[in-house]
Design a protein around this ligand. Structure first.
Ligand SMILES: NC(=O)C1=CN([C@@H]2O[C@H](COP(=O)(O)OP(=O)(O)OC[C@H]3O[C@@H](n4cnc5c(N)ncnc54)[C@H](OP(=O)(O)O)[C@@H]3O)[C@@H](O)[C@H]2O)C=CC1
Ligand SMILES: CC(=O)N[C@@H](CCC(=O)OP(=O)(O)O)C(=O)O
Length: 316
């Protein structure tokens, strides 16, 4: 029998994309809410409890409310919001996180989909902490460049406003989260193995999608004797055999057309590309993804596939 799936918030940026991923699949029966009733708690409760798998593509408060409406113990929830990413009882929806993560995703009924910046940060950092190259108590700084679709419908509307309504300040890259308490910092620390939250500083630019987190590392602050070759080897070994993660060659010149890095290079894929650039003193680990692919909707569908045990047969 087909798996019944309901996407709560299916008219939003993340929800629409999940629908696109699932619409053609013969093993999925999509339960669709009448558009006029999409915020009606009673109708949502009916569908939330009728589904085998539910994707929550809602603001945090509405996601918590949706979870409270679910009484069916068989319903598996995949929450795209920030609400449950470090909450007890929830499994982090990053199958590549650790050797036992897929088993945890199969066993649970509560999956918290990672944030887009956090996915990139954690996939770059966790293997280096696990291997002891980055000390667990290191003070880490990271930045991210992202397309504006990461800000959802309201930010998309600002960037795609008609000429007379368009704010020309949006033409330049815009650093944000300068309170230095970005909402992804708690999950970055909780799932990377670091004791302290990183100092994280994102920048949004005038392009629809694509994201790259950069992790600058002083070799002198790492385990004594650490080389860029070791950093690269640890990442390559950790992700060998992962179909959605690619580790590019050390100091990959081919990725730098004219000396510039392309943050949109993973768009329309569910892939993460990892890079290590280095000098004698410093290394820069970079993780690139599509913020609407592996950074959101693609990751959510991948977690569902793992949960259902069809991640090899049916893909993205
Ligand atoms: N965009 C991205 O790259 C990513 C987003 N996320 C997370 O996913 C979630 C959704 O984000 P995104 O798709 O960008 O947001 P959008 O603003 O694009 O969409 C949110 C949707 O939720 C609907 N909604 C709001 N409140 C309710 C409610 N009480 N009941 C039912 N529906 C409601 C909205 O309705 P209406 O159509 O009326 O506005 C809208 O369709 C957020 O928690 C976000 O943090 C996660 C990873 C990446
Ligand atoms: C450009 C922009 O604003 N991006 C969002 C990230 C979107 C995302 O992945 O985060 P959540 O799932 O946690 O919403 C931000 O930095 O807050």
């Amino acid at each position: 029998m087909a798996t019944r799936v309901f996407v709560d918030g299916h008219e939003g940026t993340t929800g629409l994309r999940i629908h696109e991923y699932l619409i053609g699949r013969s093993d999925i029966d999509l339960l669709v809410i009448d558009s006029a009733k999409r915020k009606d708690a009673q109708e949502r409760a009916r569908l939330l409890n009728a589904a085998d798998v539910v994707f929550l593509c809602l603001p945090d408060a509405a996601a918590k409310e949706a979870v409270a409406l679910i009484e069916n113990p068989a319903t598996c929830v995949i929450d795209a919001s920030t609400a449950h990413r470090t909450a007890p009882g929830w499994v982090f929806g990053l199958p590549e996180l650790a050797a036992d993560q897929r088993a945890k995703l199969r066993a649970t009924k509560r999956i918290a989909n990672p944030g887009c910046h956090a996915s990139a940060f954690i996939l770059a950092m966790r293997p280096l902490v696990d291997a002891g190259l980055v000390p667990m108590d290191a003070a880490i700084t990271a930045n991210s460049i992202t397309g504006y679709s990461g800000g959802g419908k309201s930010m998309i509307a600002q960037y795609e406003a008609k000429e007379e309504d368009f704010d020309t300040k949006l033409l330049s890259p815009r650093p944000y989260a300068l309170g230095l308490t970005h909402k992804h910092q708690p999950e970055m620390a909780a799932h990377s193995g670091l004791k302290h939250q990183p100092l994280f500083q994102p920048i949004v630019g005038p392009f629809y999608k694509g994201l790259t987190v950069s992790l600058p590392l002083h070799l002198s602050a790492l385990k004594p004797g650490t080389t860029p070759e070791q950093i690269h080897a640890v990442l390559a070994a950790r992700y060998s055999g992962e179909r959605f993660i690619r580790v590019l060659p050390l100091r990959d010149a081919e990725s730098l057309a004219g000396g510039f890095f392309d943050v949109q290079g993973c768009n329309d894929t569910n892939r993460v590309d990892l890079f290590v650039f280095a000098s004698e003193q410093h290394a820069m680990v970079m993780a690139r993804l599509d913020n609407l692919g592996k950074g959101a909707s693609g990751a959510a569908v991948q977690s569902m596939n793992v949960h259902l045990g069809c991640d090899e047969a049916l893909g993205l």
